[in-house]
Design a protein around this ligand. Structure first.
Ligand code: ZN
Length: 154
């Protein structure tokens, strides 16, 4: 990675950390507080999914290191307005970038690409995945609530 790109990524990360997007409590599905045992990051996610499966609104609250909080902020920005199916695809793309160092679709990942360097920092993998794991959990939680009533509708 060139130094310039690395600096740019650092700036994007710090910008999200200092001015987190979609921060604060909102109405919707509340995920249980999600904790990263490795460095003590905590996060709560609020998700509002409409009947068609579109994520109308998403926000988070939390406390943690710059990587975890910036990653949550980036995640909410990317996910807002997407369908649950699209969100699941993005979760797996982000996981591939962090765990395998593979970027499938740079445009789709938006600002989160700034976290690609975390791949080399094994101890920080859980920090960067905090928000995304929380989202995955929230989607599963929603599926359980929805199933039984109209499970075959989407
Ligand atoms: Zn952390």
């Amino acid at each position: 990675m060139s130094m310039n790109l690395e600096n740019l990524y650092k700036q994007i990360l710090m910008d999200h950390y200092k001015k987190p997007r979609n921060y604060g409590k909102k109405e919707g599905i509340l995920t249980l507080p999600y904790k990263n045992p490795t460095c003590g990051d905590v996060m709560v996610l609020y998700l509002n999914v409409d009947e068609s499966g579109k994520i109308q609104d998403i926000s988070f609250e939390g406390e943690g290191c710059s990587i975890s909080m910036a990653s949550c902020s980036m995640m909410t920005e990317i996910i807002k307005g997407k369908t649950v199916a699209e969100a699941e695809k993005l979760i797996s793309q982000f996981n591939a970038m962090i765990k395998e160092g593979v970027i499938e679709d740079e445009d789709a990942l938006g600002d989160a690409v700034a976290l690609s360097g975390v791949h080399k920092l094994r101890a920080r993998h859980n920090c960067s995945l905090l928000g995304w794991n929380g989202l995955e959990k929230a989607i599963k939680q929603r599926a359980e609530t929805v199933s039984g009533t109209n499970s075959h509708c989407n």
